[in-house]
Design a protein around this ligand. Structure first.
Ligand code: NAP
Length: 240
């Protein structure tokens, strides 16, 4: 395959779908990762109808080891290597999430998708990325994962405290640093889309999906001397 390839998890809607659109428009071949065949087929049809024909569905439920392995095998049948992995699938968990009274189950569900599954997908897919000339991983995080911002009472989202969701993204940020350190030949970054209008927040976000996906697409496309082990938002470097 001559085009660069990218796998995006959770790409049937929201920021993941729009990231797929932007990267397809930029000339990438898209492996559109979705956990549900019908929702995935609909998303692929939508992009095809826009003329973005280099998009194919890869079924992947990130919490399921077997599903992740099968997704890997499907991609490996099509390409010698994968250029870019975008770990986008994420969940907020049930709200509210007070620090003194959030159920164990909420913590488990949120950390399972937002942290453990990223590590699972990385473990399974990194061998397929090692042969890429410029392998890149983007972990889609949130500024709600920033410990520095959350400790600053003047920050605009200072009062948006979540016992499970924010800390799951802080943990993802920590994981991103460890991953970037280990994968010296990769570019590995955590990227925050910002508060974006999607089903994730009942469409309350103030950014459009186009705006939310833009920094993710940007750091998916960085070249070999681009940054690694960093945390970015649309305004630039974000404090950990
Ligand atoms: N929206 C925001 O304001 C905002 C801000 C900061 C960070 N983020 C992050 O951005 C990412 C995308 O969020 P979004 O706003 O686009 O949310 P969304 O519209 O709710 O989309 C989430 C996507 O993740 C998928 N997903 C959930 N669990 C999955 C699993 N086990 N396996 C595979 N896919 C799974 C969903 O699939 P189904 O359709 O099958 O459920 C969906 O495609 C998340 O990591 C989120 O934390 C969002």
């Amino acid at each position: 395959m001559k085009k660069q390839t990218v796998l995006i998890t959770g790409a049937n809607k929201g920021i993941g779908l729009e990231t797929a659109r932007q990267l397809a428009n930029a000339g990438y071949h898209i492996f559109l990762g979705c956990r549900d065949k019908q929702r995935g087929d609909e998303a692929v049809s939508l992009l095809h109808s826009e003329g973005l024909t280099d998009v194919e569905l890869i079924l992947i439920d990130v919490v399921n080891e077997q599903s992740v392995q099968q997704a890997h095998d499907e991609v490996a049948k099509r390409v010698d290597y994968l250029d870019v992995l975008i770990n986008n699938a994420g969940i907020p968990g049930d709200f509210p999430q007070p620090a003194t009274n959030t159920p164990d189950e909420t913590f488990k569900q949120v950390f399972e998708v937002n942290l453990f599954s990223v590590a699972r997908v990385v473990r399974v897919f990194v061998p397929l990325m090692q042969k890429a000339p410029n392998p890149r991983i983007v972990n889609v995080t949130s500024d709600l994962g920033s410990l520095a911002l959350h400790s600053d009472p003047t920050w605009r989202h200072y009062d948006v405290k979540t016992a499970a969701y924010g800390p799951s993204k802080s943990a993802l940020n920590g994981y991103t640093i460890a991953l970037a350190y280990e994968l010296k030949n990769f570019r590995v970054n955590a990227v925050n889309p910002g508060y974006t209008k999607t089903d994730f927040n009942n469409n309350q976000g103030y950014k459009t999906v186009e705006e939310g996906a833009a920094p993710i697409a940007k750091y998916a496309m960085i070249d070999k001397d681009g940054p690694t082990g960093s945390y970015f938002s649309d305004y630039g470097v974000t404090p950990w």
